[in-house]
Design a protein around this ligand. Structure first.
Ligand SMILES: [Zn+2]
Ligand SMILES: [Zn+2]
Length: 214
């Protein structure tokens, strides 16, 4: 009796397979080959068997019936295990390139958000220059009281926005800290203010008044 080993993985028939070389659709072909278990080429064949009378291993002449993929274009045959390996690699590559694309998209998005954020704040925030006729420590480190009603005074400011390129710019000092501000600059003139009397008092006048009172 001739031993027969039949191998036909279901995966070979339920979906289309494509040639790794030319992407042509592959056809499956039945291949029969008799190999003796004692021969040279036996090492390339799987003689294990689950047949009851074979004791787990086929001996002697065995007819191997296998299916291979064949590309009519390239005239090549591909065995199933190679095809599985090739298809797994292809899926891995696809996933890797998808991850790369996703990473790139996220990177671009965050860069755009960052730039928009930057532009928004850049354009929204204009330089501010505060004017104090006295040392600011005098203004903030002690309480000052309204000469009329004795209520604690608050600090208010008059605000004027001047563009460094405008004609009136020459009347303003655009130096803030150790750099010169450009574009719109808000000039704030600070003074004391009594909410009760709705009275504004310049710092230096307040200082004079307080000195006289002492
Ligand atoms: Zn091909
Ligand atoms: Zn007052």
């Amino acid at each position: 009796m001739k031993n027969i080993k039949y191998t036909a993985p279901i995966g070979m028939f339920i979906k289309k397979h494509y040639c790794p070389k030319c992407s042509n659709i592959l056809t499956t072909h039945k291949i029969k080959k008799i190999v003796n278990s004692e021969s040279e080429e036996a090492k390339d064949f799987d003689f294990t068997s689950d047949a009851i009378d074979a004791m787990g291993h086929l001996v002697g002449d065995v007819e191997f019936i296998r299916y291979v993929y064949r590309c009519g274009n390239c005239d090549i045959e591909i065995i199933n295990s190679d095809m599985i390996k090739h298809e797994r690699e292809k899926i891995g590559k696809k996933e890797r390139s998808w991850h790369k694309t996703l990473g790139l998209i996220l990177f671009i998005l965050s860069a755009v958000v960052f730039i928009l954020f930057f532009i928004f704040f850049k354009s929204d925030k204009i330089s501010v220059k505060n004017y104090y006729s006295v040392n600011p420590f005098y203004v903030y480190l002690q309480k000052h009281y309204c000469p009329q009603c004795n209520l604690v005074l608050k600090v208010k400011y008059d605000s004027k926005i001047v563009n460094s390129n405008s004609s009136e710019a020459k009347d303003y000092n655009f130096i803030i800290g150790d750099s010169t501000a450009r574009g719109d600059v808000e000039f704030r003139t600070n003074f004391f203010f009594c909410q009760n009397c709705e009275l504004g008092i310049p710092f230096d006048e307040m200082k004079k008044y307080e000195k006289e009172k002492e």
